[in-house]
Design a protein around this ligand. Structure first.
Ligand SMILES: Cc1ncc(COP(=O)(O)O)c(C=O)c1O
Length: 383
């Protein structure tokens, strides 16, 4: 039967994040800091809006691009909070950021097209590109996971990639795009024939003052596709809602792909997110403040244990170096799981640039974090 599976599918693997998550289930009493599912409940008004949508029989297909009310709200939200301009006709509601990413890559990638992807990075980018027969070219980051603009320019000049991926705030490193990065990237892509896919699913969890995105420039708008979503923002990962914003000239092509993949995003979840943007932004701020407290706690504990680690500026992941332990990240996580009963994700799950690091997700309760830190501390003294 194996022979029936396409070469492109054979070429990709189940995400390393999930692989580790699945191992945890087999270790009783393990603390799992593996996946990006916040421990907060979906805000009540979102739940009520979804129940109302069901009772009002709003359960049929919506338009392919999604309900106008939600697209309108997203448009105002992006404008007001991020200084990003897309009108409702330039927005497509998707089944999570995941489908948004796959539909976007499918829209643009021909067999053999080169796509520039940072390493380390969220594994879906590479898999989407491989699935479509595209060619992945990795660009390496600085040691603090900021963009190395010189290297990036060099690789763009050398390889002439069709697409480049940006992903800030970053899963797995917690890095954000700075003002300087934004300006340098703008200068770089302005005169180049390149499309940028920017995954900003953690934008609502950016801990620094001002938010920077390449999507803020009007004059390169046709070169930028923004992918985002509500999984992390409203702690509603299972409700599967995201969105893609793109210039008028290409959004219809993305909607075309999205239509054949899923017809439309779930209607009830769309009404929930609509209510969420209208009335739950203070709850998002509350969650963000909680994540900052957890980040600070974890960062200080890791430093006191002797880890070399950057302070994350967004998202809810921290990415300490384990190079001092002389073990691969896979081995480190395997041993930490079996011996300390703490599950974390090996950096190698995020590509070659992630080797030598581990990803710890801190969207878990402070009690879980404390338990994990105590166990790790005891274990490390013996390793
Ligand atoms: C960087 C990034 N992009 C996209 C996604 C996809 O999220 P979803 O499909 O739940 O919206 C995730 C999920 O963890 C992510 O970390």
């Amino acid at each position: 039967m194996e022979n029936f599976v396409s070469e492109n599918v054979k070429n990709i693997e189940i995400s390393g994040i999930r692989k580790f998550f699945n191992k945890v289930v087999k270790i009783p009493d393990a603390v799992s800091l593996t996946v990006g599912q916040p421990d907060f409940k979906v805000p009540d008004s979102i739940k009520d809006a979804m129940i109302k949508a069901i009772n009002d029989d709003k359960t049929a297909y919506t338009s392919n691009a999604g309900i106008e009310e939600l697209r309108d709200e997203i448009s105002s939200y992006l404008k007001e909070y991020f200084n990003i301009n897309y009108d409702k006709e330039e927005i497509c509601i998707t089944v999570g950021g995941s489908e948004g990413l796959l539909s976007t890559f499918t829209t643009f990638i021909n067999k053999g097209d080169k796509v520039l992807i940072p390493t380390p990075a969220y594994p879906a980018y590479e898999s989407c590109v491989k699935l479509l027969g595209g060619k992945v070219i990795n660009y390496e980051l600085n040691s603090d996971f900021s963009i190395n603009h010189e290297k990036l320019e060099k690789i763009i000049n050398m390889e002439s990639p069709k697409v480049m991926v940006l992903s800030y705030p970053c899963n797995p490193t917690g890095a954000v795009l700075t003002k300087e990065d934004k300006e340098k990237l703008y200068k770089l892509i302005k005169n180049k024939n390149i499309l940028v896919i920017t995954d900003e699913i953690y934008s609502s969890l950016s801990y620094e003052g001002e938010y920077y995105s390449l999507a803020q420039y009007e004059d390169v708008k046709e070169k930028v596709i923004l992918v985002s979503g509500f999984s992390k923002m409203f702690s509603m990962t299972g409700l599967r809602l995201g969105y893609v914003c793109a210039h008028r000239e290409v959004i219809d092509s993305i909607v075309k792909v999205h239509q054949y993949a899923v017809s439309c995003a779930p209607s009830v979840a769309q009404w929930g997110a609509y209510e969420g943007i209208k009335s739950c932004l203070s709850e998002v701020e509350f969650m963000k403040d909680e994540f900052i407290k957890r980040r600070d706690y974890l960062y200080e504990k890791l430093i006191s244990m002797g880890f070399e680690v950057n302070l994350p500026k967004g998202a809810f992941y921290i990415f300490p170096s384990i190079k001092a332990f002389n073990m691969s990240s896979d081995k480190f996580c395997e041993r930490a799981l079996n011996e300390a009963k703490v599950a974390m994700v090996p950096g190698s799950a995020f590509g070659s640039g992630g080797e030598g690091y581990i990803r710890i997700s801190y969207c878990y309760s402070i009690e879980d974090l404390e338990k994990a830190v105590n166990r790790l501390g005891d274990w490390i003294r013996k390793v």
